[in-house]
Design a protein around this ligand. Structure first.
Ligand SMILES: [Ca+2]
Length: 211
C-alpha cells in the first residue's frame, strides 16, 4: 500500500509591474505624474527586469516627482491587481542632472489586502542611495516578506537633501500569486520510512520558492 505525501508547488517569483496607482500624495505636474514610475518610461528594455537600466538626465517625463511640499509623509501607493506574496522591492531612484538630491533616502513600506486597509507594516526605515543624473542606473533591491498584498505603499521619510521635492524613476516588485499554490501529490512506496517525509509544508515551500 502506497504512502501519499502532499507538498506545495510554487511558481518562481516573478517581477511584478503594478497595474495602476491607487493613491499619490502629490504630483509636481501632469508630465511627472505617479504613473511615470510604473510605465517603463526611461527604461532600457521593453520588458523591465531587475537588470534593466533607467536613463536619467533626459526629459522630465521619466519619473514621478512630488509637488513642492514637505518631503516627510509624501507617499505613492501601487495596485498589483491581485493578491501577491511580495518578496522584494526594486526601486530606480530619482536622478536628474543637478537634482539628484530629490531622490528618496529613507522610506517605509505599508501593505494592504483586497480591502485596501493599510494595517500591515511591511518594512520600516529602508535606505536608498543617491544616484547620478548621467548614469543609466540599475535598481536598488530591498528584500521584504509580505503575504497576501494587493496594495503597497511607499511612504517617504526623507530625500537626499533637496528642499521639498522627492521622486523616483521606476519601481517593480517581486513576488508570487498568493492564491496559486496548488498542492502536488507524490506516491511513495510502502517500504520507505515515514520520518523521511516529516517535512513541514513551510519548509518545502521555502525550498521550491526561493531562487
Ligand atoms: Ca519611469
Amino acid at each position: 500500500m502506497g504512502l501519499v505525501v502532499s507538498f506545495a508547488v510554487c511558481s518562481t517569483a516573478e517581477v511584478l509591474q503594478p497595474v495602476g496607482i491607487k493613491e499619490v500624495s502629490s504630483e509636481y505636474n501632469s508630465s511627472q505624474s505617479a504613473t511615470r514610475a510604473i510605465d517603463g518610461s526611461g527604461c532600457s528594455d521593453d520588458e523591465v527586469t531587475i537588470t534593466t537600466t533607467v536613463r536619467n538626465g533626459g526629459p522630465d517625463d521619466l519619473h514621478w516627482l512630488s509637488a513642492r511640499k514637505p518631503v516627510a509623509g509624501q507617499y505613492i501607493t501601487y495596485d498589483l491587481g491581485m493578491l501577491y506574496d511580495v518578496s522584494a522591492i526594486y526601486i530606480w531612484n530619482y536622478a536628474f542632472h543637478g537634482k539628484n538630491d530629490r531622490g528618496i533616502k529613507q522610506f517605509d513600506v505599508m501593505g494592504a489586502g483586497s480591502d485596501g486597509l493599510f494595517d500591515t507594516s511591511v518594512a520600516q526605515n529602508l535606505i536608498l542611495d543617491m544616484v547620478h543624473g548621467y548614469d543609466a542606473g540599475v535598481a536598488q533591491m530591498k528584500p521584504v516578506n509580505a503575504e497576501r498584498i494587493r496594495y503597497i505603499r511607499i511612504k517617504i521619510d526623507s530625500n537626499h537633501g533637496a528642499d521639498k521635492l522627492v521622486g523616483l524613476s521606476e519601481i517593480r516588485f517581486e513576488g508570487t500569486p498568493s492564491e496559486q499554490k496548488p498542492l502536488g501529490l507524490i506516491m511513495a512506496s510502502a517500504d520507505m520510512r515515514l520520518n523521511e517525509f516529516i517535512i513541514s509544508r513551510a519548509d518545502v515551500s521555502a525550498m521550491v520558492c526561493r531562487r
